[in-house]
Structures are given as structure tokens and as C-alpha cells.
Design a binder for this molecule. Structure first.
Ligand code: OSB
Ligand code: MG
Length: 377
């Protein structure tokens, strides 16, 4: 077989960019706000009769990180896609000189890179997992439960545990922390339990984090500011529970700095947040070198993003359960033809063809598409 690098590659003939909106079955509440629908840019790169697909994970408003859908659409439409469409690339690595010079916009860049990885692996006839270097046909997953009253939370935990999920993550916020964790831990003494504060605390709240030490949490995710690493190191020195960073890690350099400072002992990788698969793999490898486990986070993605997440999670250092739970927990109906469902806490790798292994249900997609445009050379 000819080495991939010597093959002619694939020409991106055109791009289709949509905004899609799917209602969520249950509003998802975190410390920064409530999501009632999942609205996202969907990108299809087309070439040589093949389609590479990805979704972008920024929110309409800059409440998780700085990017917004409006800003990303402008950047994709006017800057990134015109640099890609009409060109031939022999591998995703050739996108780097186009993507790297632009500041920020990790989620927009990731969408382009991810769609191309899908297109490229399809052109090679291999699963995305194989192109990325992963192994296995399923990945361990847990659930992420939004902020809710104690009774509701206990019911949701009970349901997730009954379904066999490998870990339960509770969203916390100031005033909604120790009591809820205590209630869940008391009723479920054995489960793997974590919390995610989505940046709601400051170093002055260290005593609350110290109280959480009593509940044998696997980690406390992103307690402090999204743009901080240093204070997380101070906090880590004051508590026994591992800190897991999410929002604060956008690059392999961020990961190295955080691990050198002992600001985190676990890292959540979201391809969108870190600017694509090359960056995600670099973070994965950096963590591996430090002996630090990673896991794959989620952004309430549709089946497209979910499929990407599952393929990424097959890399060897994804050794803690990820957030890619069953799509039926989020949506009445998905935009892909394949139903992505976990059984007994394992999500099977979608394998309906090469690449991401899922296919768009165009009939349904059209009914949930708010805008659609084509970018030609
Ligand atoms: O911090 O991981 C997060 C959802 C939206 C924004 C931020 C986060 C989340 C989740 C959901 O935790 C994970 C999922 O179920 O996709
Ligand atoms: Mg998080």
C-alpha cells in the first residue's frame, strides 16, 4: 500500500454551512446558564463524491468560552472556508499552516479540521478511529447531570446508575454544592462520582472545596476561572481531590504549564475547545508523558459531534469515562440515521462506513436547519 503521505489526497470542492437547532428534551442547567436547545453550525466539506462532516460547539452567546456562533459563522464564511475550498490537501496536517496563524477561534478551526479528518479518512476507506490511531470498538461513558433540586438529582442518578453508566458527574455552583454531593454520595456510596463547577468559584472558596474532599470524588472539574491556571495550582495544593481542567486548557502548551504546576491531575479534552484533533492528540500525549489521565468532554452534541467524540475517545490515554452518553438522553430525534446509544456504560464506535461512521438524515436535517449557505471556490 502506498503510504498515505504519498497519495494525491483529496480536493475540497465546496462547503455547506448550516445553522441547526435541536430542542433539548430537558433544559440543561450549569453555573453559567440554562440551555433549552442545542444550536450549532454544521459544516459539510464535499469533494470527489465524498462528504466530511463536523459540528462546531460554540454557543450562541459567549457563556462557556469566548466564541459565539455569529462570530464563528463570519470567520468560517469569510476567512477559513475560502482558504480551504478549491484546494487539495494530502492529509489533515496540511491544514495547519492555514489554521495556525489565526488567534483564538479554536472551535471554528476545529470544525474545519474535524470535517476534513472525516473526509480524508473516508477517502482512505478507513474509520476515523484508525486515522487518529485509536483502538477498540467501544468506549466507557458516564453522564453529566445539570443543576437540579436534590430529589430530581437523586432520581436522575438512580436512572443513570441503573442504565450502567460508568460515572456520574454533577454540575455544581455556589450554594448548590456540598449538600447535593452529600445527598448523592450517601445514597450511592459506591459509584464513581465527580463534580463540575464551570468556573463558579474563587480561591477564597477553598474551604468549600476542602469540604468536598469528604465525598471521595474522582475529581473536581474547573472550579476556578476559565482563563486561570495559577490559582488552580494553589487550590490543588489545599485539597486532596484531583482537579480536572476543562475551560482553562486550549492547547498542549496550556496542558504542559498546568501539569508542570500541578494545577490539574486529570484533563478533560474537547476537540472543539482545543482547536482540532492535532491539538487534542498533542494534549493527550502531553498528559500521557506526565502520567495524567484524560477523558473526552461533551457539549450536548448531535450525533455528528458525538460520533467524532467516540472516535477520539479510542486513543489509549482516554482512561476515564467520557461524557458521550446516549443521544436519546438529549434529543427526541437526532440528525443522523444511526441511533447512538450506550449499553451498560459503553458507547459502541459508530461504523456505518468509513470516517465518523454515521450518516446525515437529510430529510430531518432540513426541518431543523435555520440557515444554509454554500461556499464555492
Ligand atoms: O463543562 O463539560 C462542560 C455542557 C455544556 C457546556 C459545558 C459542559 C457541558 C457538559 C455536558 O458537561 C456534557 C454532555 O453531556 O455533552
Ligand atoms: Mg466541564
Amino acid at each position: 500500500m502506498t503510504p498515505a503521505a504519498l497519495r494525491p489526497g483529496i480536493r475540497v470542492e465546496c462547503a455547506e454551512l448550516r445553522i441547526v437547532s435541536l430542542p433539548l428534551l430537558t433544559p440543561f442547567v450549569i453555573s453559567t446558564g440554562t440551555m433549552k436547545a442545542k444550536t450549532f453550525p454544521l459544516l459539510v466539506l464535499k469533494g470527489e463524491g465524498i462528504e466530511g462532516v463536523a459540528e462546531a460547539v460554540m454557543d450562541p452567546q459567549p457563556d462557556y468560552l469566548e466564541e459565539t456562533i455569529a462570530g464563528a459563522m463570519d470567520f468560517l464564511r469569510n476567512v477559513l472556508l475560502p482558504q480551504i475550498v478549491g484546494k487539495r490537501f494530502s492529509s489533515p496536517f496540511e491544514l495547519e499552516p492555514i489554521l495556525a496563524p489565526w488567534r483564538g477561534h479554536q472551535m471554528a478551526k476545529a470544525a474545519v479540521e474535524m470535517a476534513f479528518w472525516d473526509l480524508w479518512s473516508k477517502s482512505l476507506g478507513i474509520p476515523l478511529r484508525a486515522a487518529l490511531g485509536g483502538i477498540g470498538d467501544s468506549v466507557a461513558v458516564g453522564v453529566s447531570l445539570g443543576i437540579a433540586p436534590v430529589e430530581t438529582t437523586l432520581e436522575r442518578v438512580c436512572e443513570a446508575v441503573g442504565q450502567g453508566y460508568k460515572r456520574v458527574k454533577l454540575k455544581i455552583a455556589r450554594g448548590h454544592d456540598v449538600k447535593i454531593v452529600e445527598a448523592v454520595r450517601t445514597q450511592f456510596p459506591e459509584i464513581k462520582l465527580t463534580v463540575d463547577a464551570n468556573t463558579d468559584y474563587q480561591l477564597s472558596h477553598s474551604s468549600i472545596m476542602q469540604e468536598l474532599d469528604a465525598f471521595d470524588l474522582d475529581y473536581i472539574e474547573q472550579p476556578l476561572a476559565y482563563d486561570d491556571i495559577r490559582d488552580h495550582a494553589k487550590l490543588q495544593s489545599r485539597i486532596r481531590t484531583a482537579i480536572c481542567l476543562d475551560e482553562s486548557i486550549r492547547s498542549a502548551r496550556d496542558a504542559r504549564v498546568a501539569l508542570e504546576m500541578d494545577a490539574a491531575r486529570v484533563i478533560n479534552i474537547k476537540v472543539g475547545r482545543v482547536g482540532g484533533y492535532m491539538s487534542a492528540r498533542a494534549i493527550h500525549d502531553t498528559c500521557d508523558a506526565f502520567g495524567v489521565p484524560v477523558w473526552c468532554g461533551g457539549m450536548l452534541e448531535s450525533g455528528i459531534g458525538r460520533a467524532h467524540n467516540i472516535h477520539l475517545s479510542t486513543l489509549s490515554n482516554f482512561s476515564k469515562p467520557g461524557d458521550t452518553s446516549s443521544a436519546s438522553r438529549y434529543f427526541h430525534r437526532d440528525i443522523v440515521n444511526e441511533q447512538l446509544e450506550a449499553t451498560n456504560g459503553r458507547m459502541p464506535l459508530p461504523q456505518n462506513g468509513p470516517g465518523i461512521g454515521v450518516t446525515l438524515d437529510y430529510g430531518f436535517l432540513d426541518t431543523v436547519t435555520e440557515t444554509s449557505e454554500e461556499i464555492l471556490p
